[in-house]
Structures are given as structure tokens and as C-alpha cells.
Design a protein around this ligand. Structure first.
Ligand SMILES: C[S@@+](CC[C@H](N)C(=O)[O-])C[C@H]1O[C@@H](n2cnc3c(N)ncnc32)[C@H](O)[C@@H]1O
Length: 277
């Protein structure tokens, strides 16, 4: 029997009619207010997820435990976050599994950190770094709210500095100048293991791929992912929506090779390009 919703946990209230969702921490005696009337938290606690609850005015909301994608989207944002359509490709490229140790730079709001932490599980570790103490503090709160504080070690570090971890299973970079972090990332990564990164401009892409090649990465793949929502309506017909998120970023992945016999270890020369945060 599924566990019932309880005080102290987050629930996702879904207003199906308008496609809106709200993430709410259940607290005894509190009330969730909507433009359609209030819902007492006490009316939600004790229900199985999937239940329908009514506001005082009789408006229905369906209540669920949030999925990891909901958690990512609902973080308190201080930066851009990785979009779910990109996150799926990235985590495949990173070959994440329970127990894995993954290094991330560009913690930002911690949205991607939450997904990484879910995938590495309770025996894995996410080491995440950012140069902004303010963003890190916000990310820590977001990660803790998702219940993953115990799996994540977050620290202050600027791209170009050595990472304080070695032999990690995967690296993910989401910062405006990934080429500055790639040589140190190559030193932190176990040989053969993958690195993925995300950049929003072609100039940053070119500099990043150059740095990956210089640091000994091979099997470098670059993609852009387009996601087109489809409207399925019983009366008006079925067709793509007029609106879509047209562009988020270029996704890059590669694998670290050991230097072949007779080759000197990779040079770590910086390559410049434009920046966007
Ligand atoms: C787009 S955000 C990352 C978003 C994050 N992946 C998420 O899903 O929430 C980029 C982050 O890179 C950090 N950053 C920018 N330049 C940096 C640098 N040179 N060294 C370290 N972090 C840097 C910024 O402080 C910012 O938090």
C-alpha cells in the first residue's frame, strides 16, 4: 500500500483545467490560497497521492508527490537552469548510476544538481562548485528542500582552479566559460569517463570543443534538442502548439582518453570566447 501524504513533505497541486502547478510544503493548520479559494493542508494530509481536493469554492486540484522534473522547475531561481529536455540527454551522456561520483561546475540554482543527486542515489556523491557564494547558498536551500543535502557537497571554486576531488565517474559543466574548467576537469575525471557541458552561443561552443580536444577528450558529440509540444484536442483537432522554447543551448559530450604511447599529456591552454550568464 502506497504511503499516504503527510505533514512536512512537499506536494504538487495540479490545476488540470488551467495546466498550472504549485509546490506546497504540508503543515498542520495551514491553508494554501488560490484565486479559486483556499485548501486546508489538513484536507490533504492523510490522502493517497492522485487524490482530488476541492477549494472552498468547489474548484478541483489533483495532489501528487513532485517528480524530479517538477523539483527542477520549481527551484527558487537565481540563474538560468537546465531544461528537462536537455537534462535527459546530458544524464544519458554522463552514464549516471547509483553509487556514482559526479563533479559539477556551475551549480547555479541547483536544478541540475537535484537530478544528478537523484540518479547517483544515497550511496553516490555530487560535488558541485560555483564561484558565487550567493548562488551556492540559494542552491543549497533548493537541494535541501528536494531532500538531497546528504548526497551533495557544494563548494566555492572559480573555473581554472584545481578541483579538490579525483577519479570521479562523470563531469558536468554549465558555466559561461567551460574551456577554463576543462583542463582541471580532465584531471579530476577517471580515464575513459564522460564529460558533458551546455553552452548558449556558437562562439562558446567552438572554444569548448577546442578545449576538450586539447585536454584529450574524444568521441565528442554536439547536439541541439528541439521539443515541440503537441496539442491533442478532441474537438478542435490535433496539431503542434504555435509556441515552443525555440533554443536553450548546445549540448556537448566527450570521453577522456589516456594519452596514446609516445604522446605528451594534454596541454591546458585557455581558449577565449564570449560569455553569457
Ligand atoms: C547557468 S548557471 C548554472 C545553472 C545550473 N546548471 C542549474 O541547473 O541550476 C551558471 C553558473 O555558473 C557560475 N559561474 C560563472 N562563471 C563561473 C566561473 N568562472 N567559475 C565558476 N562558476 C562560474 C555562475 O555563478 C552561475 O551560477
Amino acid at each position: 500500500m502506497a504511503e499516504l501524504l503527510g505533514y512536512g513533505e512537499d506536494v504538487l497541486l495540479v490545476e488540470e483545467a488551467r495546466g498550472r502547478t504549485f509546490l506546497v510544503r504540508l503543515e498542520e493548520g495551514k491553508e494554501f490560497h488560490t484565486h479559486r479559494g483556499g485548501i486546508p493542508h489538513d484536507a490533504i494530509a492523510g490522502l493517497p497521492e492522485g487524490s482530488t481536493v476541492l477549494t472552498h469554492t468547489g474548484h478541483p486540484f489533483v495532489v501528487f508527490r513532485p517528480l524530479v522534473g517538477d523539483r527542477m522547475f520549481k527551484v527558487k531561481r537565481r540563474t538560468q537552469i537546465v531544461y528537462p529536455k536537455d537534462a535527459g540527454w546530458i544524464v544519458l551522456a554522463l552514464d549516471l548510476r547509483p553509487g556514482a561520483r559526479v563533479l559539477e561546475m556551475g551549480t547555479g540554482s541547483g536544478a541540475m544538481t537535484i537530478l544528478l543527486a537523484q540518479l547517483v542515489g544515497p550511496t553516490g556523491r555530487v560535488y558541485t562548485f560555483d564561484r558565487s557564494a550567493e548562488f551556492l547558498e540559494n542552491a543549497r536551500l533548493n537541494i535541501a528542500r528536494a531532500g538531497y543535502a546528504g548526497r551533495v557537497e557544494a563548494g566555492l571554486l572559480t573555473a581554472g582552479e584545481a578541483f579538490p576531488v579525483r577519479g570521479v565517474d562523470a563531469v558536468f559543466l554549465d558555466l559561461p566559460s567551460p574551456w577554463e574548467a576543462i583542463p582541471a576537469a580532465g584531471e579530476a575525471l577517471a580515464p575513459g569517463r564522460p564529460l558533458a557541458l551546455l553552452v548558449p552561443t556558437a562562439e562558446q561552443l567552438k572554444a569548448s570543443v577546442g578545449a576538450l580536444q586539447g585536454a584529450g577528450f574524444v568521441r565528442i558529440e554536439v547536439v541541439e534538442i528541439l521539443e515541440r509540444p503537441i496539442l491533442v484536442r478532441q474537438r478542435e483537432g490535433v496539431r503542434p502548439s504555435e509556441r515552443m522554447t525555440a533554443f536553450t543551448g548546445y549540448l556537448v559530450a566527450g570521453r577522456l582518453r589516456l594519452p596514446p604511447p609516445g604522446e605528451r599529456p594534454p596541454a591546458s591552454g585557455p581558449l577565449g570566447a564570449g560569455s553569457s550568464e
